[in-house]
Design a protein around this ligand. Structure first.
Ligand code: NAP
Ligand code: G4F
Length: 349
């Protein structure tokens, strides 16, 4: 019989790709779904009915429910991907963010400890923990300097995972993943916001796209490549902490230009600060404007990861470049937007 894995956050970007990966490897997958007033399973609807795929209600804020579910399933592996994952939103809902992202992992680890079962635990740690970076490129050994409630909640989760590993001999590992994107990325993260927005503009369905800090730089990879690393981390012979990144860094501005190219635009920048505009040279139209509503109280300006430890010990490396990522996401969103229009979705001019 195949291994059993629980995935929290299965309805999210990474959870959906990880579920596909594990099912392909013959796992029995148990996804944790939280209650929502509208369907929240769009990314995994295609998996219902597939052999080995199971879903159950659970919430990372509910210890008794986590205990019941983990005890009943008795998994070999627990992938904790569930989180309030939006950095900007974490300034608006800091307590909820900490409850889910910091205390959620503690609740799972306490359950594993109390049950005394040999469950391997994966914690979805984040490059956001490096915050205002103290070293470049960032390594597994680089000190953390978080700048948001989200970043700090993940620092707690990172350390509590290490503490349960060393204190109670639980196989508990951290994957410090740098930004990773895909056509399944939430639409309020900058890469997807740009691929969706510029696709709509190219089809004449929207006039401009309003963004925040255009100069922020990120080390962007592809979610499908990164879930392979997540799986490999729990297959490693001993629990440990790994950093997963491409090693390349690009600005939001470069992402906009690259996406624009795939839509036949040539975006040039005019003006400074809040007055800066991105103009499509081919049409002369303004396609990007700056809106301070998207600025954060504290910003993480720069991230670039050194994943040499994972490349050596896990034999993992990213396969998708920045340019390839922009191409695949833009192509997917052009189709997505056309389908939205065909289905009569409202057009936001
Ligand atoms: P995502 O698309 O936002 O998915 C987050 C998932 O967590 C969703 O399934 C969400 O459920 C679930 N969730 C939220 N609050 C919950 C709660 N209280 N109880 C149970 N489930 C809850 O995020 P992602 O991009 O796939 O990222 C996966 C994990 O990796 C997250 O922990 C994130 O913080 C971390 N991470 C992501 C990146 C990245 O660049 N993507 C980088 C580093 C680390 P709903 O669908 O119902 O909202
Ligand atoms: O796409 P973002 O919202 O991602 P951010 O803040 O880097 O967080 C993501 O990556 C983390 C790993 O480092 C994860 F842990 C976290 O869960 C999440 O997946 O913003 C990227 C950059 C930021 O500097 C932001 O200020 O883009 C800048 N930005 C500029 N305009 C914008 C916008 N971000 C968003 N969301 N929306 C904008 O309009």
């Amino acid at each position: 019989m195949g291994k059993k894995a629980i995935i929290s956050g299965i309805t999210g970007q990474d959870g959906s790709y990880l579920a596909e990966l594990l099912l392909g490897k013959g796992y029995e997958v148990y996804g944790l779904q939280r209650r929502a007033s509208l369907p929240n399973t769009g990314r995994i609807d295609h998996l219902y009915g597939r052999k080995g795929f199971n879903m159950t209600y659970a919430d990372l804020s509910d210890s008794s429910n986590l205990l019941r579910v983990i005890k009943k399933i008795g998994p070999d592996e627990f992938y904790n991907l569930g989180a309030q994952s939006h950095v900007g939103v974490s300034f608006d809902v800091p307590e909820f963010t900490v409850n889910t992202n910091a205390l959620g992992p503690l609740r799972i680890l306490e359950t594993i400890r109390n049950l005394g079962l040999p469950i391997k635990y994966y914690q979805a740690s984040s490059s956001e923990m490096f915050g205002k970076v103290l070293e470049t490129p960032q390594k597994v050994t680089t000190p953390f300097n978080p700048q948001s409630p989200y970043g700090l909640s993940k620092v707690f989760a990172y350390h509590i995972t290490k503490i349960y590993r060393t204190g109670y001999s639980i196989f508990a590992s951290n994957g410090i993943l740098f930004n990773h994107e895909s056509p399944r990325r939430g639409q309020n993260f900058v890469t997807r916001k740009v691929t969706m927005g510029l696709s709509r503009i190219s089809l004449g369905l929207q006039k401009t796209l309003r963004l925040g800090n255009l100069d922020a730089k990120r080390d962007w990879g592809y979610s499908k490549d990164y879930v392979e690393a997540i799986w490999k981390i729990l297959q490693h012979k001993k629990p440990d902490d790994f950093l997963i990144a491409t090693g390349e860094t690009h600005s939001v501005r470069e992402w906009v230009e690259e996406v624009g190219k795939h839509l036949g635009m040539k975006i040039e920048w005019k003006g400074k600060g809040l007055k800066e505009k991105g103009i499509d040279k081919k049409t002369g139209k303004i396609v990007i404007e700056v809106d301070p509503i998207h600025f954060r109280p504290n910003e993480v300006e720069f991230l670039q990861g050194d994943s040499s430890k994972a490349r050596k010990l896990l034999k993992w490396k990213p396969r998708t470049t920045f340019k390839a990522l922009a191409k695949l996401m833009t192509e997917a969103d052009l189709i997505y937007v056309r389908e939205e229009v065909a289905q009569g979705h409202p057009v936001t001019k």
